[in-house]
Design a binder for this molecule. Structure first.
Ligand code: MG
Length: 166
């Protein structure tokens, strides 16, 4: 006799964007006061983009470039939280539950600490989970390389999905 176990899947996502002095800094859907923001076709929210890829990867549902091609003008200045909500709906359609999200944000300046609770709440709300299940850890790159020179920023996100055994 076999006992069916609930299915667990981890996902991993990475994203990076260039910094620009003409763009707002939007991270996890929150606009953060800064002399530089992230540049891209959408709002360049690296945290949302890396999270989307983590979720899609865990569920084996492709990747962000396949779902939202950056050659499609519809995604010009797209709100990445809206894209994230769409991916969450897709994940839920496949009967997955999002157990937790753990993120690393690599950004030299500004200091992100004061905004973390709001950012974690924002991602949690988009994923319909408790904020206690979302962790964002900001890191500088200690002045090293392009991120250290404030030419860009990056995010790494992992997630855990579960699905009831059938
Ligand atoms: Mg991106």
């Amino acid at each position: 006799m076999s006992i069916m176990k609930d299915e667990l899947r981890t996902g991993l996502g990475f994203d990076s964007h260039r910094m620009s002095s003409t763009r707002p800094l939007i991270l996890a859907g929150i606009t953060i006061p800064s002399d530089k923001g992230l540049d891209g076709r959408s709002d360049a929210d690296v945290l949302c983009h890396a999270l989307i890829d983590a979720l899609l990867g865990a569920a084996h549902l492709g990747n962000i470039g396949q779902l939202f091609p950056d050659t499609d003008p519809v995604y010009e200045n797209a709100d990445s939280l809206t894209l994230l909500r769409r991916v969450v709906r897709l994940i839920l359609t496949h009967e997955w539950t999002i157990e937790n999200i753990d993120a690393v944000l690599i950004l030299e300046r500004p200091k992100i600490g004061p905004y973390l609770p709001e950012m974690e709440q924002s991602l949690a709300a988009a994923c319909s989970i408790h904020p206690d299940r979302v962790s964002i850890k900001p890191k500088t790159n200690e002045g090293l390389d392009a991120i250290g020179r404030r030419e860009g920023a990056a995010a790494l996100v992992s997630c855990l999905l579960s699905r009831k055994a059938k």
